[in-house]
Design a protein around this ligand. Structure first.
Ligand code: ATP
Ligand code: MG
Length: 415
């Protein structure tokens, strides 16, 4: 009986995993440049963290969480996103007592019970960054620039940035009432989801994908026209910093991110109609999770979607291929000795491999080709007795006889 991987999960196999490494390495390097440090939080947390941190009325909490009871009857949840955990850790470790800002990034698997399709999985991966403790609009622009730099470093182009301000908690409460009043005559015609959003979270009606809802909400009042003076100034400052960075963006007054905790700045990076990344400011979240009143802003990038974008745009990632040296050993004594030589080569830092099946010379040379070996050592019992080996440069085809005592040095010099 075959056991397959669970629905909505993926195996990342050799051949693919090298691209993952490069993407992860790029994320780490860009974060280093922005002086953002890594934080690693648990894969599972108390369910309460996400219920409170992400928001009870969000899709994530309402229908997407992997929640289970452990043997001690605690309700735990596989993390569906990173921000709640990072903020929990920031509060729990009292990082807020240190000089601010605190700049953190994370990377790893997230879990959501969704209907699997291209770019949507039940276990997927995110890279995200959070900056806590500073409300200055230049930080908003910096966080957006970090994400953009990550994309451009990978060689992606044609990524559009959309931004909006969803206002502070106060201006939003007033705006929600205005929006409800405007939508009340058409409430019954909205889709089922939007009817329930009407009371709990009417702003989400504005970014419903349903055509009828789109039509019914045309001309609805927009948050941008109901910002407080402070919100507006903040938003304008973020926009002008982005302009000064030369990062193009469009203001999308209808963008409402799916998470409840956002305040003021909200943004999305879109490629070919698919959202690669979303983020925003969350000035109430630290307090909501038991910390002091402290602002924060962050984003999360979906790595699988980045993979799809790279494929769409035919980006060839600079992945190192091949190995330094392959051993072709013929004869019993040479076979045996090559085991030791191989180990020494690896200790010396060379990427080295050999045949293990006692194949013919021709088959071993084929294996060297398949592995894209840059050099091949050919060692027979006679050569071994003389203390030499033949070294073949696979690019030029040139063969030289090298003393075994100098083999490693020679291979290294030709690498
Ligand atoms: P969507 O609207 O696509 O459901 P979301 O608003 O739920 O996205 P966020 O919670 O903001 O997404 O997550 C940030 C990013 O993580 C998304 O832009 C996307 O690239 C990625 N992402 C989210 N859910 C999934 C998933 N189930 N599978 C793969 N990637 C995902
Ligand atoms: Mg979603």
């Amino acid at each position: 009986m075959l056991i397959n991987r669970p629905r909505g999960t993926n195996d990342i196999l050799p051949g693919d995993v090298e691209r993952w490494h490069l993407i992860e390495q790029t994320a780490r390097e860009v974060c280093r440049r922005f002086n953002v440090a890594e934080v690693r939080t648990p894969i599972f947390e108390h369910t309460e963290l996400f219920a409170r941190g992400v928001g009870e009325t969000t899709d994530i909490v309402e229908k997407e969480m992997y929640t289970f009871q452990d043997r001690g009857e605690r309700s735990l949840t596989l993390r569906p996103e990173g921000t709640a955990s990072v903020v929990r850790s920031f509060v729990e470790s009292k990082l807020y007592a240190q000089p601010q800002p605190t700049k953190l990034y994370y990377m790893g698997p997230m879990f959501r019970y969704e209907r699997p399709q291209s770019g949507r999985y039940r276990q997927f991966h995110q890279f995200g960054a959070e900056v806590l403790g500073v409300n200055d609009p230049s930080i908003d622009a910096e966080v957006i620039a970090l994400a953009m730099t990550f994309f451009t470093e990978l060689g992606l182009t044609d990524i559009s940035l959309e931004i909006n301000s969803v206002g502070s908690a106060q201006s939003r409460t007033a705006y929600r009432d205005i929006l409800r009043e405007h939508l009340s005559p058409v409430k019954e015609q909205l889709c089922k989801d939007c009817q329930s959003r009407y009371d709990r979270n009417p702003m989400r009606i504005l970014d419903c994908k349903n055509e009828t809802c789109k039509e019914l909400t045309q001309g609805a009042p927009e948050m941008l026209d109901h910002l407080s003076e402070e919100d507006r100034t903040h938003f304008q400052a973020v926009c002008s910093y982005l302009e000064s960075f030369g990062i193009p963006f469009t203001v999308n007054p209808r963008m409402v991110r799916g998470l409840d905790y956002y305040t003021q700045t909200a943004f999305e990076f879109i490629e070919n109609g698919s959202t690669l990344s979303g983020g925003g400011r969350y000035n109430g979240l630290v307090e909501q999770l038991g910390g002091p009143e402290m602002p924060g802003i962050g984003f999360a990038v979906g790595i699988e979607r980045v993979m799809i974008a790279l494929a769409n745009q035919n980006v060839e990632l600079p992945i190192a291929k091949g190995i330094d040296i392959f051993f072709v050993a013929l004869g019993e004594a040479a076979q045996k000795h090559s085991v030791k030589l191989l180990h020494e080569m690896r200790r010396a830092g060379l990427i080295a491999d050999k045949d293990y099946l006692g194949k013919s010379m021709k088959a071993q040379m084929k294996a060297a080709d398949r592995l894209k070996a840059r050099q091949v050592v050919i060692l027979g019992d006679d050569e071994l007795a003389q203390g030499v080996a033949n070294l073949k440069d696979m690019e030029t085809g040139e063969q030289t006889t090298v003393a075994l005592s100098e083999l490693i040095e020679v291979v290294q010099s030709k690498r």
